[in-house]
Design a protein. Structure first.
Length: 100
């Protein structure tokens, strides 16, 4: 989903173009909340923080202690995956000109 719609990929602006793009905007906002104390890692570092999770079938379980920054990061990513599974991929929104 890199460079999809207005929100999937680096940055993000404007109104989401569809449900999938809305998933990415929600994920960006979830990560934005992690850029505050006590979790302030910095934008690039957030993507590199390791966390513990298990996958059984189609279910993801975040394993770090509840209330920790790593657990919250995992929950952000889990919510994105779950949102993507419910949202269609619309090819015309891939590599969209975001300046319009």
């Amino acid at each position: 989903y890199w460079d999809y719609g207005c929100w999937c990929g680096p940055g993000g602006q404007g109104a989401p173009v569809d449900e999938t793009d809305f998933c990415c905007r929600t994920h960006d906002h979830c990560y934005d909340a992690l850029d505050l104390p006590p979790c302030k890692w910095g934008d690039a570092e957030t993507y590199l923080v390791p966390y513990q999770f298990n996958i059984q079938g189609r279910n993801v379980t975040c394993c770090d202690q509840k209330g920790t920054c790593k657990r919250t990061l995992c929950e952000c990513d889990k919510a994105l995956v779950n949102c993507f599974t419910r949202s269609p991929y619309v090819e015309k929104h891939d590599h969209m000109d975001q300046s319009k």
